[in-house]
Design a protein around this ligand. Structure first.
Ligand code: ZN
Length: 357
């Protein structure tokens, strides 16, 4: 999976302080503009820090994450966890070079056994979770409803499906009591050998309205990747030594200074900077990278939309065995509810026989 050079237009702007040109040399000044004051919600902003060989994207979600999470009405820690998975999926899916789908799925033994987020280019997203009510309630009561504790152990799968003519790509990474951020770092390190850092944040916002306060979910994230032109600069020092016997000292591989600098800057990002509508995506990128110089690309829009349809449910039912279909009949009809959007499809048993239609 390549997240480099995503579907962005050729137009890119350097952002600087008060339209001061960025001086790369005395003879050559690149014009720059001030960072935008505000960011429309539900957008992805790709950026590049050419001087450090860094690329990244800032994800800012408002109504998209609110619509999905409100509709499901999951317990809050489950909603927050799914919100993080949505940010990560949008971050990675919006970087696909070709049209297709990007599906992120966790399967673990904790109270939240399954998270599925499905992104279709250029910006359609849907998501759902499966969880054990009692396990989640117990974790909340014990004050231990952290991402790691809710997920438990298992794996995170990322699948890219770019149509019938291409093979599906799937990458797997272990989840071992850690967060989705940890899993993403591990995935890029092991599967892609790309030094990567992501930050994900989800929060509730309470807005005063005429009749009291209205609750909203907001979410955001930032990803940074080190993509040097020469491959040998992408040295990775923090790769887990794997099966090396205890006490064996592994050779220390110094990391590239540019990556050390970029990683240190990303670690300063606070959750509020990823979520607060008053801090624009461009201002965040500028705050972090104004010294080496940062170029921003055109944003892409994201929206919440399910891809289910009566036709697709019908096709699925027809693919089942007659026996399986017979078991689905209740009160003389087959009723199927979409787990992503709760849409309900009702069929007469004869309507979905394999031979029908
Ligand atoms: Zn649906």
């Amino acid at each position: 999976m390549t997240t480099e050079s995503p579907r962005i237009s050729a137009t890119a702007d350097y952002i600087g302080r008060m339209n001061t040109p960025i001086m790369t040399s005395p003879e050559f000044a690149i014009p720059s503009r001030a960072p935008a004051v505000s960011t429309p919600d539900d957008t992805v902003l790709p950026f590049e820090v050419a001087a450090l060989d860094l690329r990244g994207r800032v994800v800012r979600l408002g109504p998209v994450v609110d619509e999905i999470l409100e509709k499901h009405a999951y317990p809050k820690p489950v909603a927050k966890l799914l919100g993080e998975a949505i940010v990560l999926t949008v971050m990675l899916g919006s970087a696909l070079k070709l049209d297709g789908r990007f599906i992120l799925q966790t399967q673990t033994d904790g109270p939240v056994g399954l998270l599925v987020v499905d992104f279709t280019t250029p910006g359609k997203v849907r998501a759902c979770a499966r969880f054990g009510k009692e396990g989640v309630e117990a974790a909340i009561a014990a004050g231990k409803a952290t991402a790691g504790a809710l997920l438990g152990k298992g794996h995170l799968a990322m699948t890219i499906d770019q149509g019938a003519d291409t093979s599906r790509y799937q990458g797997l990474v272990a989840l071992d009591g850690g967060t989705l951020e940890d899993a993403a770092h591990e995935y890029f390190l092991r599967s892609e050998q790309i030094p990567t850092r992501v930050r994900l944040a989800v929060a509730e916002e309470f807005l005063a309205t005429g009749g009291g306060t209205r609750h909203h979910w907001r979410a955001g994230g930032i990803m940074l990747q080190f993509l040097p032109k020469s491959a040998d600069r992408a040295r990775i020092a923090d790769l887990h030594p794997g099966d090396a016997p205890e006490g064996v000292k592994l050779p220390e591989v110094p990391e590239d200074d540019a990556w050390v600098q970029g990683r240190a800057l990303i670690e300063t990002v606070e959750d509020v900077e990823l979520i607060d509508p008053a801090i624009s995506s461009e201002r965040l990128a500028f705050r972090l990278f104004h010294e080496p110089g940062v170029r921003v690309f055109k944003t892409t829009d994201v929206h919440a939309e399910c891809s289910c349809s009566r036709e697709s449910v019908e096709a699925m039912l027809k693919s089942f065995s007659q026996d399986d279909r017979d078991h689905m009949v209740e009160d003389g009809k087959i009723s199927v509810t979409c787990e992503f959007c709760s849409a309900n499809y009702v069929f007469a048993p004869g309507e979905v026989d394999a031979k029908a239609g």
